[in-house]
Ligand binder design. Structure first.
Ligand SMILES: NC(=O)c1ccc[n+]([C@@H]2O[C@H](COP(=O)([O-])OP(=O)(O)OC[C@H]3O[C@@H](n4cnc5c(N)ncnc54)[C@H](OP(=O)(O)O)[C@@H]3O)[C@@H](O)[C@H]2O)c1
Length: 326
């Protein structure tokens, strides 16, 4: 059994830096190759980042027998296409969020993963962090009692008019980009799916949503609320309200090596300190465990399918102005 996982990066996306940083501190992961649509760009990138091999097309990287697993950080509309190509080339795949933009794409990725027996996972880095696991454990232990409400937000100011996140045909918009986080967080913490959603959006000049908000109704008289946007400064937060207390998570999606959450019992705030980790290492290590030891991915394809269904219902609701059953 190999003890080093050899990663291939398809593209020189900015987000790669987070994974490269996480890999630096680990002996289990090795940056084997990078591919770009332009060979010169790829070579310069490889030199700068200390990557051994540089390719001038994604296809060449997929044909490299010394790449075990591919990281897919392409623009959203290319996620399914290149994840499937990588699987068909015999690679395991960690693919950025949003994993797919339609359920048809989801069907195709799942079919390819099943046919080729590969580990394929959506790169929701926050799901692997000790803070997220601690919040879930506290809820399961009933620390704040029966949960009745949960709400979350992820916004940042997007000022570059050329940014791929503003192209409607590329899966642009704040819901697909950052709304995915509070929706995934809500579903993960409650361990169930909403029955119905009712959403609103504000469209920007290119036709993508620059502000998105929604209400979700779950079984058991449980309500949730989320917001995402490109028109206000960077802000993230989650709050979970129970009948014995509540939890406030100030940095729910990007916690680091040390972090804290606030627990309110009988109105008294208590800071709960949590020993964290390098944020992006969790998803890499989870892939290694799945590939080497047959572990079930923390973010399963079924989980991703359910998240996608909710996202699509939210879009339908915002587009039609009506509540949509999930
Ligand atoms: N998990 C997280 O924390 C996190 C954070 C940020 C972004 N993301 C996700 O990561 C993905 C990439 O985001 P990013 O901000 O890193 O993107 P980016 O810097 O714009 O990179 C996207 C890359 O895709 C490649 N590409 C292929 N076809 C392209 C086309 N037609 N137009 C433009 N680029 C094309 C380009 O690489 P080459 O030129 O080298 O081929 C480009 O560098 C998105 O899906 C996003 O949702 C996740």
């Amino acid at each position: 059994m190999a003890d080093v996982l050899r990663w291939g990066l398809i593209s020189t996306a900015k987000i790669n830096d987070k994974l490269i940083q996480a890999m630096k501190g680990s002996k289990r992961h090795q940056l084997a190759a990078v591919a770009s649509r332009n060979l010169d760009k790829s070579k310069v990138y490889a030199r700068e980042k200390g990557i051994n091999r540089a390719y001038g097309s994604y296809e060449e990287l997929l044909a490299d027998p010394d790449v075990d697993v591919v990281y897919n950080p392409l623009p959203n509309h290319l996620h399914a296409e290149w994840t499937i190509k990588a699987i068909q080339a015999g690679k395991h795949v960690l693919c950025e969020k949003p994993f797919v933009l339609t359920l048809e794409e989801m069907d195709a990725v799942e079919a390819a993963a099943r046919e080729h027996g590969k580990v394929v996972q959506e790169a929701f880095m926050y799901r692997h962090h000790p803070q997220t696991l601690k919040v879930k454990e506290m809820l399961d232990q009933g620390v704040i009692g029966k949960v009745g409400m949960i709400r979350g937000v992820f916004t940042f100011l997007l000022e570059d008019p050329e940014n791929v996140r503003l192209k409607p045909e590329w899966g642009g918009g704040s819901l697909w980009d950052v709304g995915v986080y509070p929706i995934s967080y809500i579903r993960t913490m409650l361990g169930m799916e909403p029955e119905e959603v009712l959403c609103w959006q504000e469209l920007g000049p290119t036709g993508v949503d620059v502000a998105f908000g929604g209400e979700m109704r779950f079984a058991g008289k449980l309500l949730a609320q989320f917001q995402s946007g490109f028109a206000t400064t960077h802000y993230t937060s989650m709050e979970i309200l129970g009948d014995k207390g509540s939890l406030q998570i100030p940095v729910p999606f990007g916690p680091g090596k040390s972090t804290s959450i606030n627990l309110f019992l009988d109105r008294d705030p208590q800071k709960v300190d949590i020993k964290g980790m390098e944020l992006y290492l969790g998803e890499l290590d989870d892939m290694a465990e799945c590939i080497w030891h047959g572990k079930t991915p923390r973010v399963t394809l079924d989980d991703t399918r359910r998240n996608t269904k909710v996202l699509l219902a939210c879009l339908e609701s915002a587009n039609t102005g009506k509540a949509v059953r999930v």
